[in-house]
Design a protein around this ligand. Structure first.
Ligand code: MN
Length: 236
């Protein structure tokens, strides 16, 4: 077959490192859960009892690969005065499908990454007020710093364990995966009723309470029990 020629080079495949593997995980889509810890729903002005979680997406160009070993760097984004962190468990799928049962969902989980759903909060709040889409607040370059993936076959299924975020050594967010309003398998199952999921999809499962902003020069330290942690310095 004749090799397809393109007008210009297609963008590089976005991928995550896989711990204890030479292969990389190619990223297909990035789904995010908007509200999945009751205390965070309250601080955002929502009623966690009444409102089910909802979904939005980040473009794959949002990915910033960070490592477990080095201090990584992220550039302070343009157009905001309120650049906020959200520490999140990220689930990596190696199988897809539609209308997955919770059992199918469990089998689709390849592994886990630690992620930050970095947000231009002032722009997101404006968008919410005006009923506009969220991309400007959520889906911009480097808005998804993601750690290498740890495989389920090595660390097991994570349904509890602490999730913690510090800024310059001071604890800002601290919760437990057991506090997720909707479990990982419930989230996957629900998502698959609305989208056809594919191998390579990532799901950022939502952040606990006490989100806050960071400034240039500050360092975020985020960790999830069972996975590890990473450090990320905000630069100009
Ligand atoms: Mn989030």
């Amino acid at each position: 077959m004749k090799k397809q020629s393109y007008l210009f080079s297609p963008r590089d495949i976005v991928s995550l490192a896989i711990d204890k593997s030479d292969q990389r995980f190619p990223v297909n889509r990035i789904f995010c859960v908007g509200r999945n810890y009751a205390q965070h729903s309250r601080e955002m002005g929502d009623d966690p009892e009444r409102d089910p979680p909802f979904f939005f997406c980040k473009d794959v160009s949002s990915v910033l690969n960070v490592t477990f070993s080095d201090v990584s760097e992220v550039s302070y984004p343009s157009g905001t005065n309120q650049y906020e962190y959200e520490a999140e468990l990220v689930v990596a799928l190696s199988k897809g499908g539609r209308n997955l049962s919770e059992k199918d969902a469990l089998n689709a989980i390849f592994g886990y990454s630690i992620g930050l759903d970095m947000t231009r909060r002032d722009l997101q709040v404006q968008a919410k007020k005006k009923g506009r889409p969220w991309e400007i607040g959520k889906s911009f370059e480097q808005s998804a710093p993601l750690s290498p993936i740890k495989m389920v076959q090595h660390i097991g299924i994570l349904d509890r364990g602490s999730i913690e975020l510090k800024v310059d050594g001071i604890t800002k967010q601290k919760s437990n995966l057991s506090c997720l309003t909707w479990s990982v398998t419930e989230v996957i199952s629900r998502l698959s009723s609305m989208f056809e999921l594919h191998a390579g999809d990532l799901i950022m499962t939502g952040t606990p309470e006490n989100v806050g902003s960071v400034e240039i020069g500050e360092t975020i330290d985020v960790s999830i029990e069972g996975i590890g942690g990473f450090q990320l310095k905000v630069i100009e």
